[in-house]
Design a protein around this ligand. Structure first.
Ligand code: NI
Length: 409
């Protein structure tokens, strides 16, 4: 892509207009989203609220992109550069146990991943950009449904996201418990893992537990498959690379004295590198089939493609880090943040356009997807200020760009 703009060295940190908006409206808005969580592709209330606000603030708003997705566009000047920033807004099928006054009002549903926070952060940045933003070019704000089931990004792409709203780069963020609140983390290259889900049905021949020689025992076979699968990471993957195979579910049989006909295993395989992912996708079925054959049993394997790893692009990641350093100083950026072994469907967007997925600390909260997880409202103002500054820098006005480059204005 074209060279990214130079970074002005004027550190401003949290923008006062955004700090005021957070206190007056954004935190209350986040609590409202939190009270009303909605599952993947059912986020009708959330989506309508987002579209309504953006339209009130003067954005050109497109709805129904990839189901409940929203894209809001703002143009300034005559610059040809185009920036995309994405936030997700779906919730999880989890019963909240946070004790918060503004806890979920829908039993069994919860914003347990902070997507209510991500959306509020981008809305606060949008409000600033519409009123005070100084830039030259086009901003497309992408509000994505259904991240938790890994389908929202794909559905928006299938609906022509980047054809209808072309961007030169796309950025997104996720809050992270365990990283100091409001500090930013940047990872070049693989930042989050790929994930594939497999279901393996081990088929044998059931019978009386006292006469095992007359049947084929799928319980014993399944146990050997579980053990053998753990050898993939230690024997088939380069020890310098990351891979995880987790068998999280094993079901079969009813009684202590009956050999069942079949046993079902469910597992996930994760990796940072596409070649490691492909090796696991090849070896898991091959090993399960071979082990089962050794016991005279069979396997039926369902192993659809999940989603790829988040592969951050080098130039855009360096740019994103430089913006944070210029804005918040080195104290605002976590040095050497390690990649995360969880997964994100932002990966699909990065397969189509250059960009970077950024992390922002959420302090000492319970982990993501815990019923006790709490998004820290103190993150909203710095993270929204960061998006606003990233947009103004990426789409720098000609004068600002010349000054930053050291040329006479
Ligand atoms: Ni999430």
């Amino acid at each position: 892509m074209s060279a990214l703009p130079k970074i002005p060295s004027t550190a401003a940190g949290v923008l006062p207009q955004i700090a005021a908006f957070a206190e007056e409206q954004a935190i209350a808005l986040r609590h409202d989203f939190h009270r009303h969580p909605e599952l993947a592709f059912e986020e009708h209330r959330t989506s309508a609220r987002i579209a309504g606000l953006l339209s009130d603030w003067g954005f050109e708003v497109a709805t129904g992109i990839g189901g409940t997705g929203v894209v809001a566009t703002l143009r300034r000047g005559d610059g040809g550069r185009r920036l995309g920033i994405r936030a997700d807004f779906d919730a999880l099928p989890i019963s909240e146990d946070s004790g918060l006054a503004y806890a979920s009002q829908t039993r069994g549903l919860m914003h347990a991943c902070g997507h209510d926070g991500h959306t509020t952060i981008l809305l606060a940045a949008a409000h600033y950009l519409a009123r005070h933003g100084r830039f030259d070019g086009t901003v497309h704000l992408v509000f994505q449904p259904a991240e938790e089931i890994g389908q929202g990004a794909t559905r928006m792409l299938d609906d022509g996201l980047f054809e209808r709203f072309p961007v030169d780069a796309i950025f997104g963020l996720h809050n992270w418990p365990g990283v100091p609140a409001g500090r930013f983390g940047f990872v070049d290259g693989p930042a989050m893992a790929s994930v594939d889900w497999a279901r393996i049905r081990v088929t044998g021949k059931g019978g009386h537990g006292a006469e095992p020689h007359t049947g084929v025992d799928p319980v014993l076979t399944a146990a050997h498959i579980v053990t053998a699968l753990q050898s993939l990471v230690s024997r088939n993957v380069d020890p310098r690379e990351m891979a995880v195979v987790t068998v999280g579910s094993i079901h079969g049989g009813q009684a202590a004295n009956v050999i069942p006909d079949s046993v079902e295993l469910k597992l996930t395989a994760r990796a940072f590198l596409p070649e490691v992912r492909q090796a696991l996708r090849r070896r898991i079925p091959a090993l399960a089939e071979a082990v089962a054959a050794g016991f005279g049993a069979g396997v039926e394997i369902d192993f659809p493609l999940g989603f790829p790893s988040v592969l951050n692009h080098a130039a855009e990641t360096a740019f994103a880090r430089e913006v944070a350093l210029a804005q918040f100083g080195s104290d605002g950026v976590v040095a050497g943040l390690a990649p995360r072994t969880a997964s994100e469907d932002f990966a699909f967007l990065l397969q189509r356009r250059p960009g970077s997925f950024v992390f922002v600390g959420n302090g000492d909260s319970a982990p993501l997807h815990s019923p006790r997880y709490v998004f820290d409202d103190a993150v909203i103002a710095p993270a929204a200020s960061y998006w606003a500054r990233l947009a103004e820098t990426f789409l720098a006005e000609p004068d600002a760009a010349r000054q930053a480059a050291g040329a006479p204005a």
